[in-house]
Design a protein around this ligand. Structure first.
Ligand code: A2R
Length: 314
């Protein structure tokens, strides 16, 4: 019988899926340890795999000298030091595709809730304003509105399909024009922001996209516009967004991701209307999280069987 690999779990994921790893591996749960340094010193050297969610710096790889594989629960891997892994001959796998529909559903939920001001409307009733002040304010359409998708990749395309079903006018921006889609391509993000009423971000995080949605882009979305971020918190200049929301230079925003999760910038928390905040839950349904976990399970099995990894990044 083949020997089971030892896996260092840095950050836990969906438990029913993570528990399945115990069938084919011996897991060591670093996040549960009181003294992480001692735990790493004891278990690091016997592990050939690290399991994590979006994060694995070179220093963690250093503590696992026999490392062969990093299992990254999620499609985004901006927190995993890929160059360091490659330099060390370590393979990295992620969980693409199976979450496309879920993240797109969430993007649409945020578009609908943001445009129709569902969260503010709920508060309006709860604070007694309906009885006191009469009907809620008028809001903006979802249908017939112009949406600009920043990143028409796997998830972006699913968002576009849903926007089309809602009779929206669709455009997109990314670095390369897609030859096979009918949506309007904007070479320049600012031009798209000026023309659209809703801008949805669904691009990778990391240095190359940091602060891409800056104050000029936010202002260009405009006082009746909505920004939806289901990409990474770092993609938006959140301080600029808070300023623009405060003085009405942008109509609203709906954010599922933040630069230093689970912390949310104070400047955003202080804003009481026209801003919807959700705790990075776009792919967090039972079914999708199970599917994501099973991709990692299959890759771990591939390591033992010395067969090809299914979702190799490097
Ligand atoms: O730029 P392109 O032509 O490589 O298109 C990619 C686009 N993208 C960018 N667009 C504008 N400026 C950039 N600096 C930039 N970098 C990348 O993002 C591509 O169309 C899209 C990413 O698509 P996929 O690789 O298929 O990723 P997927 O599965 O849709 O996930 C997107 C992101 C993840 O990385 C997580 O951060 C987040 O959604 O959950």
């Amino acid at each position: 019988m083949q020997k089971k690999p030892h896996v260092l779990i840095y950050a836990p994921w969906y438990k029913p899926a993570m528990d399945r790893l115990d069938e084919i591996a011996i897991t060591h749960h670093l996040y549960k340890a009181r003294n992480k340094k001692e735990f790493l010193a004891e278990h690091g050297p016997k592990c050939s795999v690290i399991g994590t969610m979006h994060y694995c710096p070179d220093s963690l790889m250093e503590a696992v000298p026999n490392l062969e594989l990093i299992l990254n629960f999620g499609v985004g891997y901006d927190g995993v030091d890929i160059p360091a892994a490659t330099r060390r001959g370590v393979k990295v796998v992620n969980t693409p595709e199976v979450l496309n529909d879920c993240v797109a559903d969430m993007a649409l939920s945020l578009i609908l809730a943001g445009r129709r001001k569902l969260v503010d409307a709920d508060r309006y009733i709860r604070f007694g304003n309906w009885e006191k002040n009469g009907n809620f304010e008028y809001v903006h359409n979802v249908h017939s509105s112009k949406v600009g998708i920043l990143g028409l990749g796997r998830i972006g395309l699913e968002i576009a399909t849903r926007c089309a079903a809602f009779k929206m006018d669709i455009g997109y921006h990314q670095r390369t024009k897609k030859p096979d889609v009918k949506f309007k391509y904007y070479e320049n993000l600012l031009d798209m922001a000026k023309e659209c009423e809703i801008l949805v971000a669904i691009i990778p995080g990391g240095e190359s996209t940091k602060g891409l949605i800056n104050e000029s882009i936010i202002e260009a979305i405009g006082p009746t516009g909505l920004l939806v971020n289901v990409a990474r918190g770092t993609v938006v200049d959140n301080e600029a967004l808070a300023r623009c929301l405060k003085d009405g230079r942008i109509g609203g925003a709906a954010l599922d991701v933040f630069p230093e999760e689970p912390k949310v910038p104070k400047s955003l928390l202080e804003i009481e209307t026209n801003l919807i905040l959700t705790p990075h839950m776009a792919s967090a349904t039972h079914l999708t999280r199970m599917k994501m976990g099973m991709i990692l399970y299959d890759n771990l099995k591939a390591l033992t069987n010395r067969t090809p990894f299914t979702t190799l990044i490097n």
